[in-house]
Design a protein around this ligand. Structure first.
Ligand code: OAD
Length: 236
């Protein structure tokens, strides 16, 4: 491990929210909450059956807002770390839940969108939404129904804020991936971008997903995130 980190990029995936009661995407059956990913996470699936897709994300939103889903100690420690770490820190999440911000994280990019937002296909404006919505919901800008879709980046679409992410990756000295299977591009290649400037790359995950990381720490996020990040704080 190199001397002292000055710039850190963290990538999180579904595994960090698993202990908060939100299922990961790639369970053994390959389904996402009982649906084939093609049906609920592609523009083609939305075209084929918009009602199913609206209902699916309405259910995910209701689940996220239910009393039993809360940030766990991994989310909380990352927020605490961001406030105590004297260097640069960027948290990139593939998750569409809001558990990082509920825990207090601030410099955060939701590269795959957010469940609590919808966007208008006409104006591309983005609105907060806590309630259910569907094809019949009147758009707040167009004042007509049929224009709103979940603010989720589906397969085949461009992830959000890639310039900001790439700039941070190209200049970081530590890159940490937490709870992600490394199946989805471009996030799966972030550790390689970070290595361009010889960043130290670390994976925190019960399973080892790639031999390309410099270090793999096995365990559940709620246990290993606080332990590992504590070692990155300066000792005074
Ligand atoms: P996956 O479901 O593919 O992978 C979850 C990872 O979390 C696996 O590697 C597990 O080993 C790990 N894991 C499980 N429990 C854990 C725990 N308690 N602590 C730490 N890790 C744990 O989820 P992602 O890699 O996030 O995209 O999936 C990436 C993208 O695929 C998602 O953002 C989504 C999905 O389709 C879109 O919706 C566009």
């Amino acid at each position: 491990m190199r001397a002292r980190a000055e710039s850190i990029v963290v990538l999180t995936g579904a595994g960090i929210s698993a202990e908060s009661g939100i299922k990961t995407f790639r369970a053994a059956d390959g389904l996402w909450e009982n649906h084939p990913i093609d049906d609920v996470a592609t523009p083609e699936g939305f075209e084929r059956n918009p009602q199913l897709v609206y209902e699916f994300y309405n259910q995910r939103r209701q689940q996220l807002l239910s009393d039993h889903v809360k940030p766990n100690s991994a989310h909380s420690y990352l927020a605490k770390f961001e406030h105590e770490f004297p260097g640069k820190f960027l948290l990139v999440t593939q998750n569409v839940d809001n558990l990082h911000e509920r825990a207090g994280s601030e410099n955060l990019v939701h590269m795959h969108g957010e469940l609590l937002k919808m966007h208008c296909l006409n104006s591309q404006l983005i609105f907060d939404i806590a309630e259910d919505f569907n094809f019949d919901t009147e758009c707040r800008c167009c004042r007509s129904p049929g224009n709103l879709r979940p603010h989720i980046v589906w397969f085949g679409e461009m992830p959000l804020q890639m310039n900001k992410i790439n700039q941070a990756l190209e200049s970081c000295d530590v890159f940490v991936a937490i709870g992600t299977s490394g199946n989805v591009y471009p996030a799966s290649g972030f550790y390689q971008t970070a290595k361009i400037r010889r960043a130290h790359t670390v994976e925190l995950n019960p399973e080892s997903t790639s031999s390309g990381f410099d270090e793999h720490i096995a365990g559940n996020a709620s246990e290993i995130v606080p332990k590992y990040f504590e070692t990155l704080l300066p000792v005074y």
